[in-house]
Structures are given as structure tokens and as C-alpha cells.
Ligand binder design. Sequence first.
Ligand code: PLP
Length: 496
Amino acid sequence: MRAHPAGPLHGGMTPPPSVGLPPADLGALDPQVWPRSARRVDGELHLAGRPVTELARAHGTPLFVLDEADFRGRAADFATAFTDADVHYASKAFLCGQVARWLADDGLHLDACSGNELAVALAAGFPAERIALHGNNKSLVELQLAVDAGIGHVVLDSFDEIDRLVPMAEARVAAGGSPVPVLIRTTVGIEAHTHEFIATAHEDQKFGFSLATGDALTAAVRVIREPALHLSGLHSHIGSQIFDTAGFEAAAHRVVGLMGQVHQATGEVLGELNLGGGFGIAYLPDDDPVTPGDVARRLRTVVAAECAALDLPVPRLAVEPGRAIAGPGTVTLYEIGTIKPVRLGSGGQGAPQVRNYVSVDGGMSDNIRTALYDASYTCVLANRTSEAPPALCRVVGKHCESGDVLVRDLWLPSDVQPGDLLAVAATGAYCWSMASNYNYLLKPPVVAVRDGAATEVVRRQTLADVFALDAVLADVPAPSPAIDQPAPEHPVGARS
Ligand SMILES: Cc1ncc(COP(=O)(O)O)c(C=O)c1O
């Protein structure tokens, strides 16, 4: 059993951390980790030509700053690498109306994982025929929305879902419409994360049809025999934050094998193969993700070889990157509030004696990933550089949880102070989209920056928004002055 972090971790002296030596330049912006437009100008971090103090003053903190050219550039890198394939942006990483419009304009496809993600994309004008809908428990309402909108694919996840979809598809065909195009999500017994992948025959998870049990083949045969459904192809997704293509290659091998079985059983040649997302990004300078070009080359080679071996035509490939498009181009700006030095246990000669708990004005409500997955992030002092010696720090949020950590161990200049701004890198994926109102903190805004201009693409949630949901508080005015808005005289970056 895992101990609750509010329990034993409080007791005794904390052991020294296993953090490496301080980097030579504490303010350096590693190009692997920071948005493509990130620069220091007179010491201050600028994003797409905008100084962070100005952004924080105008929009408050915490603040997600999204480098538009970085986001669209990474989407374009995938589109270029996969010219002969479809690139679906996995919108669960981060979606808003503006992002949907950029992707639509740039010719990408889009994956939605819920009816509401689908509704956001459609409301933004994203072409329905370029959308796929995922989900292990799609409701009747969600399926009907997909059928009525005429989306590109419903990605079938279970026998129950086939039962739910068929009557809707039949009604569409009876009304003169076309059969509903579907993919079958297969679980191929490969689980991949970063550098490792595990290949098993056994599946113990909620998604998809197992290849090992024969369910995937049974589902494919069943769908092929349903006149109101059109089985376009197969789908597989093997994990997240993957740096090595070997897992994708193993998955491709297995899923093409299933295409062969479907062909044998029914004579049908399936035309599409979607190998999912999961391409890793650099959260830390030492991370070394694969490039879209490498992934595309390896996948093409493996799929071509497997198809040749089975005497099948090569299907049209698709991939579903989310993190690799949205992650690196966004940083979160926070203002430092309190700093608490904590004495550490003896770690031997040269080991740090003190860790500074640097508290910021957000936390696990705007970035749950460190607490949830033990994810690693890095951050810098953003409003200025400093020549002060390095101090071991832990960047924590303001929530009532001792597990509310954003950056577990890192070196910051020892003179960081309340009022300074911190920028946490690579927060574009699964941060805003997983944000919560824990402790009634409010979801931060997202500001897109490009060529020196800043546009708020998602506004800050207000306490009035939250009061409006509450049966008792709906008509009660939120406190004034608003405690959830930056004050006009907000001393952002006071030390700059
Ligand atoms: C089916 C599917 N496709 C794509 C993705 C996107 O993954 P990533 O953001 O790691 O590329 C996910 C994420 O879990 C997923 O479940």
C-alpha cells in the first residue's frame, strides 16, 4: 500500500535529494525544453517577443503562455514527416476554439475523447470528416452527436458500443445517409513508456479489443457484416512519453498481423492503420525524444515489410500525437509567494544541507502531472537573471496537500524572492486540460503569443463563474475586489 503523502513524509528529517550538480548557468534556456521563441532579453524571459513581466501584469498569474508558432510548427513537422499519412492531433492534450481553428487551417485531423471535446471542435468549425471519436464508454448522446455530425471515424472500443452504434447507423442509412465509418481499437499486448516497452500476450486494461483473446478479430468480422457500418481499418495506442520507436514497431507488427487474419476470414482488405500517439518530448535537458521524421521512416518501413510478408497492400497510416505538438510550446508563469528553507539530513560531503520550498500561486490544480505521475519538469527565474549561487529548491503550489509539488528538485539562484516570476517549461500538454478547481482555485487563462502580439485564447475562470454553479451561491455576488483577478498595482516581477 502506498503511504498517503500527508502521513509519514512529515516525520523525521528528509533525506538528501538525488539531484545532480547545479548547471553552469541557472538561467539557461535549453532549446530542447523551452518554446522555440524563448529568449533572454536583458536577463528577462521573452516569449515570441513579449516580456514575461508584461504578460503577467496584463493577464495575472498563474498564466499559460502558448507560443503559437511553436505549436503550429510542431504540427507542421508531423504533417511533413507523415505526408502520405493522416496526422490526428490528440485534443485531450489541450483544446480550445483557437487551437481547433489553427489545426483546421493547417490541414490536420483531430481526435476527440469525449462528446464535449467533439462539441468544442465542431463549434470552432473543425471539419467533421477530419475528426475521430475515442472513448471506452461513449454514451448514446455522444455516439448520436458523432453520427449526426458525420465525423471521419468512430473508434469502436467494445462490443457494447457496437450494439449501441448499429441502430443509429441503420437510421442514418435508412434516411439516405452513408454507412458510419469506424476503426476498431485493438489492444496488442504492448505497453510502452519512454525507453522501455513490454510485450505480453495478456491484456488487463479498459480500452479496446484484445488481440490475444481473439476479440479484435471477432469484432472486425462482426462490423464487416453490419451493412450500416464501414470498417475503415484498425487502431492501436501503446502508451505515452515514448522515446524509442521499438514499441511502435512491435505494435505495428501485431496489428498488421490482425489485418492479415481479417483478410483471411472475410476477404476484406482494410485500408487504414492508426498507430496512435505517445511520442515523447523533452521535459528536461537530458531527455532525447525521437523526431517525427524518424518515427515516420521507421513505421513506414515496418508496416511495408509486414504487409509484404502477408501479401497485403500497405494501408494508409495515421498517428495521433498530442503531447509532441502541444507540450513544448507552452510555459506556465507563476509568482513566488513564500519561501521556506528546510534543513536536510546529512548526505555526506558536498551534499546540500538545505532545501528551499518555493511556493507559487498555483499548483496541482493547474499541473497535476508531478503529483499524479511523478512527472519531471524544470523551471527558471523568469523576470531576471541572477549571479547568486545555486540553492537546492522544490517548487510547490499553494494547495492544502503536501504532495502539491510542481518541480521536485532543482537548482535556482539563492536570491529568488517573493514577487519574482518562475516559468515552468513544457506545460502545454495535460496541464490546462487536466486543471481542476481544487481548493476553489480558478483555472488560469491561456495566452497565445506570436510576433510580439499576445491574445487571450482562454480567459481566466472567475469566482463568479464558480458561484454560478452553486445552488446557494448562484445569486450571491462574488467578493469585491475580486480575489481571483490581478490587482491593477500587482507587483509582478517586483525584483526585475
Ligand atoms: C488513443 C490515444 N491517442 C493518442 C493519445 C495522445 O498521446 P500523446 O499525447 O502522448 O501523444 C492518447 C493519450 O493517451 C490516446 O489515448
